[in-house]
Design a protein around this ligand. Structure first.
Ligand code: C2E
Ligand code: MG
Ligand code: MG
Length: 740
């Protein structure tokens, strides 16, 4: 929003009338009298002047005398009546040159338009010629010279001069006003502000109070709308013209001829200001019964000038519309949503709730039914959302299959919203429903006026809900925000530290041959400390995966294992195979296997000393490409273990073409194991499957002797778990487990 919206509504009032108009609002200029100031210490002179000018009209207007008996009193009268046309000043008053002094002071005080006639009783007191010219004295007469006729002649001449000077200076001020107002008006960014400015300007030009309205008459015949109004009309702003009380004004406006000439009727000046294809602007202002020719000229000039402004305004409105409306769906877009959001944030009065809705199946709907059907479907959802009585301020489409809403905190309900966006809609003959994730966020004071921060929070909320509670509609509360904030903090720190392994360590956990208790291998497990505390891999690995940092972490593990293995080799120890966990995400990366092999070689490791674990999910979700990467590793001689087996959804017969050597039975099948029921356990089923598939098997998470015995009974040869040893720092592993 531009700053004009914050400007006081009447910031153009600096052009308010500067002459005597406010004294007599709305008095038509034609009936206003000419004010003539008589300054004389002789009361008789006042009386004869009054007598001489009684009932006189000069240039069609009456003359009104204002009397002062001293220079001081003259100043007082001048303070009361601003537009005095002529001053008849006595030269000799309290001092012989009091009148001359007054003249000098008047001119020096900036009173340059008023005409001055000097009168004196003593002819000998004539001022010097230089005084007459430098103080702009129009005439100098002895009192006896000024007969009634003479006085009228002199006054007529000076009043005419005064009128001309006034017209010229008013025109100059008016022109300046027009030029300046146009530039000011053109910066106004909406029609309401713009038209309010127009009203203020016309009032200033006519020197009347801004008591009127500006309306838009559409050429298509739609109802005339009042876009701005002031003074006695203020209450009608934003309403149709028909809202005005019955009277001739409504018809006068509706029938106003389409030309830029001001029309004065019924005490109003009406004027037509520029048209563009869609409509025309009409200004109406209370302005007496007559408008001076000079003012008409100025108004016309003003009208032509701001017609451009109106066209610009119409253009701005159109651009504004385009910027805030989605061109395909013709509904509010992201800009509109952000604008509404910033308006909401600026208003502390209303408790608002925002929501982002993401249709999870949108891409599949486009793929399955085509773009046209997908669009009709989105339109149907939009229509349903728009009808949802949640005090909606805006429902916007902000991206492919993503809606943004602002509503009342009390009425925008997650369950109701979920029902609307996941309902089936019949469009183009097909019935479609989508799964959807929605994050609802209350606009609390914490955002202040920061729209961008609120947008980020809302986007983060949706991201968090999609990650943690996909396909649900959830109010993003303080707990979720704390989780999401922590995740962001961890993510930032991981980005910083993962590349050089700062804060990371590798632990090894032994794999035991159950029959002998011998350590036959180890699993490398990554450890990370953040802010002085250990963060579980279950927390940081998914973040690293989402941020593309796992390859760097794998490198770190491989390097550490390599260093350890070299040290062991130096001391003549038998090589011990170590399993390194790989992220399924990495397997989807081009060239990953080749880079890994390179890294392994660089660390001095060989396929005999290192193997890789991938979680079961990789078998189900990964692309053929990922399986290809595993194949490359396997073809290079590395052994591959399928980790956490049983936690995914792979069917037992799914591994025909999956290049694995070992299955690791997940801890959840080991925990319930007991010797008495071992044969009926799921672990027994998995074990018999590995035997028929001829792949190795490792039991994970063995914690008790009972579990160990049961496994032995079932023919499981290798196990790993706290019963044999917890993961230990790689530097202490050998000593702790007595491996040589
Ligand atoms: P995982 O590969 O299945 O590792 C086994 C997890 O079980 C480890 O948890 C280990 O400490 C824990 N564990 C081992 N024996 C027992 C037991 O007897 N009882 C119980 N309750 N737990 C046991 P950890 O170290 O927290 O690692 C969790 C997961 O994080 C790992 O599961 C693995 O998927 C992942 N991870 C760990 N290090 C790395 C790594 O370097 N790279 C990748 N990509 N993932 C890793
Ligand atoms: Mg593992
Ligand atoms: Mg595991």
């Amino acid at each position: 929003m531009s700053d004009t919206s914050n400007a006081p509504a009447d910031d153009l009032l600096e052009f308010a009338p500067e002459d005597g108009a406010p004294d007599r609002p709305g008095t038509p200029s034609a009936v206003r009298p000419w004010y003539v100031l008589v300054v004389d210490d002789d009361e008789d002179v006042h009386a004869t002047t009054r007598f001489a000018l009684g009932g006189a009209r000069i240039l069609g207007r009456p003359v009104e005398l204002i009397h002062a008996h001293s220079a001081a009193e003259a100043w007082a009268r001048l303070g009361e009546v601003k537009d005095i046309a002529v001053a008849l000043i006595d030269v000799v008053m309290e001092t012989p040159d009091a009148g001359l002094r007054l003249v000098r002071e008047l001119r020096e005080a900036g009173l340059r338009e008023m005409r001055i006639v000097l009168r004196t009783g003593q002819p000998g007191y004539a001022p010097e010629v230089s005084v007459i010219s430098s103080y702009e004295i129009d005439d100098y007469r002895t009192k006896s010279e000024l007969t009634q006729t003479r006085l009228l002649t002199v006054l007529t001449a000076t009043i005419r001069a005064y009128d001309q000077i006034r017209t010229i200076s008013r025109s100059r001020a008016g022109l300046e006003m027009i030029v300046e107002s146009a530039t000011k008006l053109f910066t106004r960014t909406n029609l309401e502000l713009f038209s309010r400015g127009v009203l203020t300007q016309i009032a200033a030009l006519l020197r009347v109070p801004p008591n009127g309205l500006v309306c838009v008459r559409s050429l298509a015949g739609a109802e005339i709308m009042i876009v701005s109004a002031a003074g006695g009309f203020a209450q009608y702003a934003g309403r149709p013209l028909s809202a005005l009380p019955d009277g001739p004004l409504v018809d006068l406006i509706a029938d106003l001829p389409r030309h830029a000439d001001p029309v004065v009727e019924g005490g109003f000046m009406m004027m037509h200001f520029g048209a563009e294809p869609g409509g025309e602007l009409i200004a109406v202002i209370e302005a007496g019964s007559e408008i001076a020719d000079a003012d008409r000229t100025l108004l016309r000039l003003f009208a032509t000038n701001i017609a451009i402004g109106f066209e610009n305004q119409a253009l701005i409105d159109r651009l504004d519309h385009m910027a805030h409306v989605d061109p395909v769906f013709d509904v509010p877009n992201l800009n509109a949503f952000e604008t509404a959001l910033s308006e909401r944030l600026a208003d502390d009065q209303i408790e608002c709730r925002t929501a982002l809705v993401h249709l999870e199946s949108h891409a599949s709907i486009v793929a399955g039914y085509g773009l046209r059907v997908a669009r009709s479907y989105l339109r149907a959802i939009y229509a349903a959302l728009a009808e949802y009585e949640m005090g909606a301020l805006v429902v916007a489409m902000i991206g492919d299959g993503t809606f943004a809403l602002i509503g009342d905190a009390s009425r925008l309900d997650p369950a109701r919203l979920h029902a609307i966006v996941t309902a089936a809609y019949k469009t183009d003959g097909v019935e479609i429903a989508s799964t959807a994730t929605s994050a609802l966020l209350d606009l609390d004071a914490a955002f202040g006026d920061d729209t961008a921060a609120a947008m980020r929070a809302l986007a983060a909320a949706l991201q968090h809900v999609r990650r943690t509670r996909r396909n649900e509609s959830v109010v993003f509360d303080a707990t979720m925000r704390a989780e999401s904030d922590r995740r962001s903090a961890l993510q930032r720190e991981l980005k910083r530290t993962a590349p050089d392994g700062e804060g990371f360590a590798v632990h090894l956990q032994p794999k035991i041959e159950i029959a002998t208790g011998r350590v036959v291998g180890a699993e490398a497990l990554l450890r990370w400390r953040y802010d002085g505390r250990a963060v579980s891999p279950a927390e940081f690995i998914p973040i690293a995966e989402a941020t593309g940092l796992t390859e760097a972490l794998t490198d770190f593990v491989v390097t550490e294992v390599g260093r350890w293995a070299r040290a062991r080799a130096k001391s003549g120890a038998t090589p011990l195979p170590v399993a390194v966990n790989l992220s399924p995400i990495d397997l989807g990366r081009q060239g990953f296997a080749a880079r890994l092999i390179e890294r392994v070689r660089g660390a001095g490791l060989s396929p005999a000393t290192i193997e890789f674990e991938v979680t079961e999910g990789v078998a189900m979700q990964s692309t053929p490409w990922a399986i290809g990467q595993l194949q490359i590793l396997k073809d290079s001689g590395f052994r591959i273990a399928l980790d956490d087996f049983g936690t995914g959804y792979s069917s037992l017969g799914n591994f025909g073409d999956f290049p694995i050597d070992t299955l690791k039975i997940d801890r959840k099948f080991i925990t319930p194991l007991a010797v008495a029921h071992a044969q009926e356990s799921l672990a027994a089923v998995i074990l018999s499957m590995t035997q028929s598939l001829r792949v190795g098997c490792v039991a994970e998470g063995v914690e008790t002797e009972e579990q160990c015995k049961a496994l032995q009974l079932l023919g499981c040869e290798v196990a790993q778990g706290y019963l044999f040893g917890k993961p230990a720092d790689i530097g202490e592993f050998d000593a702790l487990f007595g491996v040589k």
